[in-house]
Every structure is written in C-alpha cells, then in structure tokens.
Design a protein around this ligand. Structure first.
Ligand SMILES: CC(C)(COP(=O)(O)OP(=O)(O)OC[C@H]1O[C@@H](n2cnc3c(N)ncnc32)[C@H](O)[C@@H]1OP(=O)(O)O)[C@@H](O)C(=O)NCCC(=O)NCCS
Length: 174
C-alpha cells in the first residue's frame, strides 16, 4: 500500500496548494466553490497560525513529494469532538490510496494525541470517491440536510467515527 506522511504546512507550500484547490475537479466538491486568490490564501495562512482549534497538515508520499492536505478544525476538547476536512489530493496523484492513508493517520492523531472521542465531517452526497472512502474507513451517516446556495442546491451528509470504530476497521485490514 502507498504510504502517506503528515507534516505541518509551510509558507512555501501555498502556490502548489492553491493550484490543487483551484482545479475544477477539486473545488466543485468544496462548499465554497470559487477560485481562491493569492491574497485570500495569504490572509487564510496568517489566520491559521493564530488558531489553536485547528491542525492543518500537508500529505507527503514515500518519496517526500507533497501530494495533498488534510485538516482537523473546530477542535473542542471539552466535547471531545473535532471536524475533519480540507481532504484534497493533487489530481495527478489520485487513486493510489493516499487519501485513505492520510485519513487513517489524522484519525489516529485525533484519538491518540488529542484524546478526542468523535471526529465528524460534512460531505456532498454525490461526491462518490469521498463518500466511499469515508464509509470504507467506518464513518457512519448521522444526518442529511439540503444546502441551498444561489442558483443551486445539494444534499450534505454529516458522518462521524469514534475510536472503537476506527480500531475495528484497522483490525479488519482496511
Ligand atoms: C476524494 C479524494 C481526496 C480521494 O483521494 P485519493 O487519494 O484518490 O483516494 P484513495 O486512492 O485513497 O482511495 C481510497 C478509496 O476512496 C474511494 N475512491 C477514491 N477515488 C474514487 C473514485 N474515483 N471512485 C470511487 N471511489 C473512489 C475508494 O473507496 C477507494 O478505495 P478502493 O480503491 O479500495 O476502492 C480525491 O478524489 C480528491 O482530492 N477529490 C477532490 C476534493 C474532495 O472531494 N475532497 C473531499 C471533500 S469532503
């Protein structure tokens, strides 16, 4: 299986991240679908370093090549919960198991290092690759709702996983 490693985001990652995020096959699956400008991204990067309720990681492959991102945000230690998101793989590196590996790694971090009990996420229900990946890992849908934006609407699934469910998946060899 392809291995994936998580490391903190650096300023020098920003141009590559922007190109992955602005790719049409990526941004259509995010709730904010417009292209990100360099200025918007710089503001976001500055704000990110001041937030203690978010951990943003760049994914590297076995050769140390940066191939994507994952993040935990809305980290709430009192409730033992955090939201998983910003899962994005460089379109040139998809289909190699990198998102699966990176998701397993960030969940282990959430449960073992941050001592959280539940990780949840929101995904458009027609995002087949992402929904399939989450289901394979053991996320369960707890709610569905309709999101309406100007001119279009889509269905969103709220999914969540706890540590025992992750362990079950890992024991079964996913
Ligand atoms: C979703 C995404 C992160 C998957 O990344 P990836 O590295 O290609 O995924 P993996 O290779 O790790 O695939 C793992 C599993 O995901 C599912 N999957 C991935 N791509 C798929 C596809 N094109 N069709 C169906 N299922 C797919 C499968 O279950 C796959 O396991 P399998 O190969 O054993 O069937 C990637 O397509 C992406 O960056 N999409 C745009 C951004 C996005 O949608 N983010 C999620 C927002 S909620």
């Amino acid at each position: 299986m392809t291995r994936a490693f998580l490391r903190p985001l650096r300023n020098t990652d920003l141009p590559e991240l922007r190109s992955w995020r602005n790719h049409p096959d990526s941004r259509r699956w995010f709730f904010s679908q417009e292209e990100i400008t360099e200025q918007q991204q710089e503001r976001w990067f500055e704000e990110l370093s001041g937030r203690d309720n978010e951990r943003f990681f760049v994914i590297e492959d076995e050769e140390g090549v940066s191939v994507g991102t994952v993040s935990l945000y809305n980290i709430d230690p009192a409730k033992g919960r955090a939201e998983y998101g910003r899962m994005l793989i460089d379109p040139d590196h998809r289909g190699k198991g990198l998102a699966l590996e990176a998701t397993l790694a960030i969940l282990r971090y959430a449960f073992s290092k941050l001592c959280l009990e539940t990780v949840y996420l929101e995904v458009m229900t027609d995002n087949v690759p992402a929904v399939k990946l989450y289901q394979n890992i053991g996320f369960k849908t707890v709610r569905r709702y309709q999101k309406d934006t100007a001119g279009s609407g889509y269905e969103v699934a709220v999914m969540e996983i706890s540590e025992p469910e992750l362990l079950k998946t890992e024991r079964s060899g996913t």
